[in-house]
Design a binder for this molecule. Structure first.
Ligand code: ATP
Length: 297
């Protein structure tokens, strides 16, 4: 069984098509990144998954359950951390979590609530009114609320937008441990280095269409060729290497590097001209470069 199945999912808002026909699966145990520029349709897709928005076309299943036909069961299978801070100002943190448990029909949830509070650094705020929390603390509660019913699938819609380094680290350590314990994680983020470090599969949406879906390692190979930065003494580049030059700053030369054989040829050319190599650094394209490349393709 797949954790999530989108099959020909489309959404129109009047004349405007926010999602065309999106088809892809998320496997159980994936740490999955859903990337795309503003307005690509990520939140719309997540709202459809959560049963909050009705798709115009197609079918969506969570853990085999149709989000329309089996709404309640499908809703229980997924925990959504929304982009916006939505809370009841009259509850304190613990009450908000107890209330949310009640929504899922869970009565004795104290042990799990304590564990969530602890893992999100919220224990000391348990009795603080929601209104009195800082933005970052409210966001922690949004994460906690999504987890009260121990959903097998957890979706985080830009959870780290505008939050401090400490929360990011706490959050990712917790989410990673949930993933290691078998929860499927779907993440949308504009911080591509987060997706690069955390996720094993990456999907890219552009104007309502899926333009890429691959294992992260494979996606990383799509990037512009690697390059090598050489620190040379004297600061000069053999003529035979000029065609590889990307940029130069003082005695640092950045050259295109197709593969390891390319590196051998570079070193041989330097030796032949008795140029000493003082330092060498091989750079890999990062996900951000690949993303920009794909969005402009
Ligand atoms: N209720 C609505 N009515 C009309 N248009 C909408 C509605 N909701 C979303 N849209 C439009 O659908 C498109 C996709 O929006 P969506 O919020 O899904 O994008 P996103 O990828 O999540 O963007 P962001 O990164 O900015 O959160 C946008 O052009 C948006 O303006």
């Amino acid at each position: 069984m797949k954790a999530i199945e989108f099959n020909g999912v489309g959404k129109d808002f009047g004349d405007f098509t926010a999602l065309k026909e999106v088809t892809f699966n998320v496997e159980q145990g994936d740490f999955f990144a859903l990337l795309g520029p503003n307005g690509a349709g990520k939140t719309t897709l997540i709202s459809i998954l959560a049963g909050l928005t009705k798709a115009t076309r197609g079918t969506t299943r969570v853990m085999g359950l149709d989000v329309q036909q089996d709404y309640r069961a499908a809703r229980r299978a997924v925990g959504i951390v929304p982009q916006e801070l939505v809370f009841d100002p009259f509850f304190n943190v613990r009450e908000a979590l107890v209330f949310q448990s009640g929504y899922f029909g869970i009565k004795h949830n104290d042990a799990w609530i304590d564990e969530i509070l602890h893992n999100l650094g919220l224990t000391e705020k348990a009795h603080t009114n929601m209104r009195a929390l800082s933005g970052g603390m409210k966001r922690r509660v949004m994460v906690a609320q999504a987890l009260v019913h121990k959903p097998p699938v957890i979706v985080l819609d830009e959870p780290t937008a505008g939050v401090d380094v400490e929360l990011r680290q706490t959050l990712w350590a917790f989410v990673k441990s949930l993933n290691e314990n078998g929860h499927t994680i779907v993440l949308t983020t504009h911080y591509l280095e987060e997706a690069e470090t955390l996720c094993n599969r990456i999907a890219m949406l552009k104007r309502g269409e899926l333009i890429a879906l691959e294992d992260k390692d494979k996606m990383m190979q799509r990037g512009a060729a690697r390059s090598v930065i050489l620190k040379l003494k004297p600061a000069q580049l053999p003529a035979s290497l000029q065609s590889l030059l990307i940029k130069q700053h003082d005695n640092r030369f950045e050259l295109k590097l197709a593969d390891c054989n390319g590196l051998e040829a570079i070193l041989a050319a330097l030796r032949a001209e008795q140029i000493t190599l003082k330092d060498l650094e091989i750079t890999q394209p990062d996900l951000e470069e690949i993303f920009v490349q794909m969005m402009h393709a």
